[in-house]
Design a protein around this ligand. Structure first.
Ligand code: AP5
Length: 214
C-alpha cells in the first residue's frame, strides 16, 4: 500500500498513521519526525530546519525532497509506505511522482483529512508527545493514564515548541497557501479521498480503512 495522509496541522495524520502501519505492516514516513530527530541530534540538516520550524514555516523543498528520495529506497518500503506530512507543496508532489516513476511505482491513495481551524487549534494546544517513542496524546481528548507519562513506554510527555497558539496560526496559514493546492492536484489524478476528520480516533480509522479496503 502506498498512501499519503494529507491535511492541516493537527488533523490527526500522525495519530492515524501509527494505527494504520500496524494494520497494513508498512512504515510511516513522517518528515516532521525526521526533522525533529535531526534537530535533537544537532545535524547540519537539523540546524538549518530549526529556524523554519520554530516560525511555523515550511523547510525548503530541496531539503525534504532529498530526505524522502533516500528514505523511499530503503528495503522496508518495498511493501509500501504511509507518507505523513509529505508532500506539502506542488514541487514536493512532482518530485515524489518522479522518484516513484523511476522505481516503477505510483501513489494509490491520498487520504485528505478534513478538520476546521477552531478544532485544530484545540487539538494542537492540548497535544503532548512522548519524548521516547513519539506517541501522541491530548490532555482532554486522548489523555495518558498517568499525567505526563506515556502509556506505551513510560517515557516523559512534552509539548512541541511549534504547538504555541501564535505558531499554530502561522502553520495554518502556510497550510492554506502552500499545501491545500495539493487537493486539486491529486483530485486531478483521481486518487484523492476526502475523509471527515471530526469524530473519535476509532471512527476516523474506520473511515480510512473503508477507503483502503474498498
Ligand atoms: P509536522 O510534524 O508534520 O506537523 P504538522 O503537519 O503540522 O502536523 P502535526 O504533527 O502537528 O499534526 P497531525 O496531523 O499529525 O496531528 P496529530 O495526529 O498529532 O511538521 C512540523 C514542521 O516540520 C512543519 O511546520 C514544517 O516546518 C516542517 N515540515 C515537516 N514536513 C515538511 C515538508 N514536507 N516540507 C517542508 N517542511 C516540513 O493530532 C493532533 C492532536 O489531536 C493530538 O493531541 C491527538 O491526540 C489529537 N487527536 C487526533 N485525532 C483526534 C480526534 N479524532 N479527535 C480529537 N483529538 C484528536
Amino acid at each position: 500500500m502506498r498512501a499519503i495522509l494529507l491535511g492541516p496541522p493537527g488533523c490527526g495524520k500522525g495519530t492515524q498513521a501509527k494505527i494504520l502501519i500496524d494494520t497494513y505492516r508498512v512504515p510511516q514516513i513522517a518528515t516532521g519526525d525526521i526533522l525533529r530527530e535531526a534537530i535533537a541530534q544537532e545535524t547540519p540538516l537539523g540546524v538549518e530546519a530549526q529556524s523554519y520550524m520554530d516560525k511555523g514555516l515550511l523547510v525548503p523543498d530541496q531539503l525534504v525532497i532529498k530526505i524522502i528520495e533516500g528514505r523511499l529506497k530503503q528495503a522496508d518500503c518495498e511493501s509500501g509506505f504511509i507518507l505523513d506530512g509529505f508532500p506539502r507543496t506542488i514541487a514536493q508532489a512532482e518530485a515524489l511522482d518522479t522518484t516513484l516513476a523511476g522505481m516503477g511505482l505510483k501513489i494509490e491513495y491520498v487520504l485528505s483529512i478534513e478538520v476546521d481551524d477552531a478544532e485544530l487549534i484545540k487539538r494542537l494546544t492540548g497535544r503532548r508527545i512522548c519524548r521516547a517513542c513519539g506517541e501522541s496524546y491530548h490532555m482532554a481528548f486522548n489523555p495518558p493514564h498517568k499525567k505526563d507519562i506515556c502509556d506505551s513506554c513510560q517515557g516523559e510527555l512534552y509539548q512541541r515548541d511549534d504547538d504555541k497558539e501564535t505558531t499554530i496560526r502561522s502553520r495554518l496559514k502556510v497550510y492554506e497557501e502552500q499545501t491545500a493546492p495539493l487537493i486539486a492536484f491529486y483530485t486531478g489524478k483521481k486518487i484523492l479521498y476526502p475523509i471527515k476528520g471530526v469524530g473519535s480516533i476509532e471512527e476516523i480509522t474506520t473511515r480510512l480503512k473503508g477507503v483502503i479496503n474498498a
